[in-house]
Design a protein around this ligand. Structure first.
Ligand code: DAK
Length: 258
């Protein structure tokens, strides 16, 4: 896959790695980058050899948000008709788990991009913020919703209304990120987490991701019902038979994804 604003690699078995690659613009998310990103997610999601996707920037910046130059003169209708937010909908539709490996700045749309992934591994230098208020706007791709669900109302209010930025440790303490690692090893940690997830029963992983995400969208009763139906469904898979047989035979399971 050849792109201009991102790099796509397969560094570890079962894992697709997307690197945002506009370093001089601090990985600002312009239309071209977003369209490439969307394409890469789709390709990796369709690839049976990929079990987990990692998205990262570089050590200094994950992404500094939407490209302000591209947006500055736009009118409301133009903003509405541009497909910026479409990417976030498409990420939401990705069936494979996605891990954001974040180092340095994750601001505005960059923070929203990280939060639209399923897990975040942060480096000690990661900084999370929603500074749109400084530009006379508010977050538009989940920054008031996903952030509030992750860190709670009090911290989200400060971040969105007053540009409070979170250090990696704060983001960990408030439940926004899964783990914090040194700058030298955060990407390896994210890749190892991805490799481990990719080595598990694929259909169960897919349904597990869907079920956890439903906890944010459904009332408890409906969420429990969704979970239970998928639990029963998994007994129709070969992997369930193999997983339980392997346990009883005291050997590692061999997953087929069927
Ligand atoms: N856009 C464009 N260029 C950016 C950029 C951005 N978001 N962030 C940084 N850059 C560029 C700078 O212009 C500069 O370029 P040159 O001047 O060298 O050509 C280069 O990257 C380095 O930036 P600085 O010189 O400022 O570097 P510093 O180390 O001093 O500061 C910084 C780094 C990341 C703290 C700073 O650059 C900064 O504050 N950047 C802006 C962060 C920000 O405000 N982000 C929020 C953007 S608004 C939508 C939904 C959501 C959105 C849009 C639409 N729809 C529903 C349609 C999202 C909106 C946003 O994300």
């Amino acid at each position: 896959m050849e792109y201009e604003n991102i790099l796509v690699e397969r560094p570890v078995e079962g894992v697709g790695l997307i690197r945002l690659n506009r370093p001089r613009q601090f990985n600002a998310l312009n239309s071209a980058l977003l369209s490439e990103l969307s394409d890469a997610f789709e390709v990796l999601d369709r690839d049976d050899a990929i079990g987990c996707i990692v998205i990262t920037g570089n050590d200094k910046v994950f992404a500094a948000g939407a490209d302000i130059k591209e947006m500055a003169d736009a009118g409301a209708v133009e903003m509405l008709t541009r497909d910026f937010v479409g990417l976030f909908d498409r990420i939401r539709a990705v069936r494979k788990p996605i891990i954001a490996a974040v180092s340095g700045w994750a601001l505005g749309g960059g923070c929203e991009l990280a939060m639209s992934c399923d897990m975040i591994v942060a480096s000690e230098s990661a900084r999370f913020g929603q500074p749109e208020i400084n530009l006379g706007v508010i977050p538009g791709a989940g920054g008031t919703q996903r952030l509030t669900r992750a860190v709670g109302k009090a911290i989200a209010m400060e971040m969105v209304l007053n540009d409070r930025r979170l250090s990696a440790q704060e983001a960990y303490d408030f439940g926004l990120v899964n783990r914090v690692a040194p700058v030298e090893s955060y990407l390896d940690e994210a890749l190892e987490l991805a490799r481990s997830i990719a080595s598990r029963a694929p259909i169960a992983v897919r349904l597990a991701k869907e079920a956890v995400n439903k906890a944010f969208e459904l009332p408890l009763g409906e969420g429990l019902e969704f979970e239970r139906r998928n639990f029963y469904f998994l007994f129709a898979t070969e992997d369930q038979k193999e997983g339980m047989k392997a346990f009883l035979e005291k050997r590692p399971p061999e997953w087929k994804g069927r």
